[in-house]
Design a protein around this ligand. Structure first.
Ligand code: BTN
Length: 272
């Protein structure tokens, strides 16, 4: 598969954004852009961005691997330094999902929707995923309040063709190239993603409850309200109709067996 390598000048925000992109680290190959930024918490500045053409130890949710051919995807992580009380830690996946749907609506002709809890999909197929992680920054004596590093990683399938996916994924995964019939501009997608994430991060907190606003936007992009799904939680299988997703990301399912139950986004797995 041929691809045009990303260049720092093409992915650095122009004009500069309010919070993201003061430092952009672009790697040909790296174990994981999320791991790079997680390891850099305390050393790297707020708003640092890491991008790679290929990850040798790319990580997905719940310890799964995330693998894409060299140059085929957008593999991007951002680092945000937050106060301990910040609600970003609980809402980072939602923020990234909304920003990704908005960005892809702006720069592609694909109808990308959110699949609970952390996937991006087109139709019934997975286009990408989000991995948000955080840890407390090492505290130096001059810092009064503890700081947390929040890392948001996004992987988006861009240039893969149907035959390029491993057999186990062929029925479940798609790419922007497959859906639109032409090669997407990965640098343009990175720029659009950074711009939308930055807008949500810096939106005027005094105007409206920003997290409620984000939740409302998330529900607007959610593609599964009223759909019948199957999940696994605590070693048990559950099936039901999606009733809602609450602020912070937990799912409310109307169980086939009767009644409604709330499921934790961090520990519930989906059957495809
Ligand atoms: C998932 O689908 O479970 C989440 C996948 C997240 C993949 C992205 S690619 C960039 C960043 N670095 C990683 O190691 N993972 C995330």
């Amino acid at each position: 598969m041929s691809y045009s390598p990303l260049r720092v000048s093409d992915v650095s925000p122009d004009p500069p954004l309010r919070r993201l992109g003061s430092a952009v680290h672009l790697f040909d190959a790296i174990p994981s852009t999320n791991t790079f930024l997680m390891d850099g918490i305390g050393d790297l500045p707020d708003g640092s961005v890491a991008l790679a053409e290929i990850q040798t130890a790319g990580r997905g949710r719940l310890g799964r691997r995330w693998e894409t051919p060299r140059g085929a995807a957008v593999l991007m992580s951002v680092l945000l330094m937050e106060d301990e009380a910040s609600r970003l830690r609980a809402n980072a996946t939602m923020l990234a999902a909304v920003a990704a749907c908005e960005a892809l609506a702006n720069v592609t002709d694909c109808d990308v929707r959110i699949r609970w809890p952390n996937d991006l999909k087109i139709g019934r197929k997975k286009l990408g995923g989000i991995l948000a992680e955080s840890r407390r920054a090492p505290q130096d004596k001059s810092t009064e309040r503890p700081q947390w590093g929040v890392v948001i990683g996004i992987g988006l399938n861009c240039l893969q063709q149907a035959r390029g996916f491993p057999p186990a994924l062929a029925e479940k995964a798609t790419s922007l190239a497959i859906e639109s019939g032409s090669a997407p501009d990965r640098a343009g997608i990175v720029q659009a993603l950074l711009a939308r994430i930055d807008t949500w991060l810096t939106c005027d907190a005094s105007a409206h409850e920003p997290w409620a606003q984000l939740h409302a936007a998330w529900r607007g992009w959610f593609g599964e309200l009223g759909e019948h799904i199957e999940i696994e939680h605590g070693g048990h299988a559950f099936a039901g109709t999606v009733y809602d997703v609450v602020e912070g990301g937990d799912l409310i399912l109307e169980l086939d067996t009767g009644g409604r139950r709330q499921f934790d986004a961090a520990t519930t797995t989906r059957k495809w």
